[in-house]
Design a protein around this ligand. Sequence first.
Ligand SMILES: Nc1nc2c(ncn2[C@@H]2O[C@H](COP(=O)(O)OP(=O)(O)OP(=O)(O)O)[C@@H](O)[C@H]2O)c(=O)[nH]1
Length: 437
Amino acid sequence: MHVGTQGRRLGAFPFEQQRETRDSVGRARRVKVHRHGSRVSGDNVGKAAASEPPRTQTQRTMRGGAAGRGAALRAEEPGDEDSAAAGYYDDAPGGEDGVLGFSDSLNGEVKPRILLMGMRRSGKSSIQKVVFHKMSPNETLFLESTNKICREDVSSSSFVSFQIWDFPGQIDFFDPTFDYEMIFRGTGALIFVIDSQDDYVEALSRLHLTVTRAYKVNPEINFEVFIHKVDGLSDDNKIEKQRDIQKRASDDLADAALEHIHLSFYLTSIYDHSIFEAFSKVVQKLIPQLPTLENLLNIFISNSGIEKAFLFDVVSKINIATDSSPVDMQTYELCCDMIDVVIDISCIYGLTDSEAGLPYDEESMAIIHLNNTTVMYLKEVTKFLAIVCFVRKESFERKAIQEVFDVRVEVQQNRELLSQRRWSKLTVTNGGPSNPQ
Ligand SMILES: Nc1nc2c(ncn2[C@@H]2O[C@H](COP(=O)(O)OP(=O)(O)OP(=O)(O)O)[C@@H](O)[C@H]2O)c(=O)[nH]1
């Protein structure tokens, strides 16, 4: 396997130092990746966030105080939103954060919201922490119950940009301080989490109430149901539970003459890749450019000898898009593992203490030969995105992949050359030096 990060030396540490690096630097670097992953738009916000502990820095929270809350809500959604949900919003320590977090309003962009709802202890915060904060599943055992709505901005590129709102277990729709109209109006997807290891009768009636309320306010919401914690169930049991939950939820909607509301169901667990796969599908539905991206990947694979190509957000391991050939869970898992390996190896061996670099940059790439004549190829595409390709050994040896990426490098070089020439022309015309330097 080759892992490249700005040509840094690999494998040069003595063993003891390696361990130390892993414990102290490796972890710190990981946090760094995550910091840049959970970005807040706007320079000031980013700078302020950099010096804060991970939790406050990435969770955009609303201020409990009327002024702060009012400012924040006005900034995001013009209109009379001030009354919204005083008791439900998180109190941000060091209030500035809450206000600045609403950077959408500063550039006029409104990010779609993904809401995480469900009964207490169903696993909502764990899902958010594992997918977006790289928390290990076991650490979620120590998570405290969420009392207020916690909000986080995720923007991995120009086409992946949304907010996640993690709700406390029980929301009282009849509580006058809970302005659900305001919340549902800007929502792109509502994820309702059901604990499959618990009795789910109450959860189903909550699901029904939530869906019908939300639909009334905004019929455009995608309703996604995570049948969660399936790691404790046998395969048969999983299918049985899914069938039962699906049927009961559909029956409830049919009884209310709302059978036209579409619910999507996913079997998920934070202990395997199912949660990343499910979240990928939820996010993909919110990407307007998805058909174009799929088309580009189709063209890409049909002209390069590559069998399958995925575009991934490196931080969250969300699969942004793939070509239209079928995906199986195992392939998806391999991609996630490869991303982990690249980041981990870069953190441990790719950086030195004196360098403030990131473990993922424009020179990041990796090649893994599997034991079944398949080769996996990962290459940086943008600061936050990677393309992961599966290619047969024969095609790889014909250097199909290298040719594809060499073309990209050549095109870039030609562009640079062209712009340099233009620049020289311009400076000569203006009587300046002909060299752009
Ligand atoms: N077995 C298993 N346990 C999980 C899974 N996801 C979360 N849990 C556990 O479920 C418990 C509750 O998780 P939380 O994330 O705090 O639940 P929550 O829905 O945010 O809870 P509230 O904040 O009270 O609404 C924790 O002990 C987690 O470790 C999973 O996929 N499988």
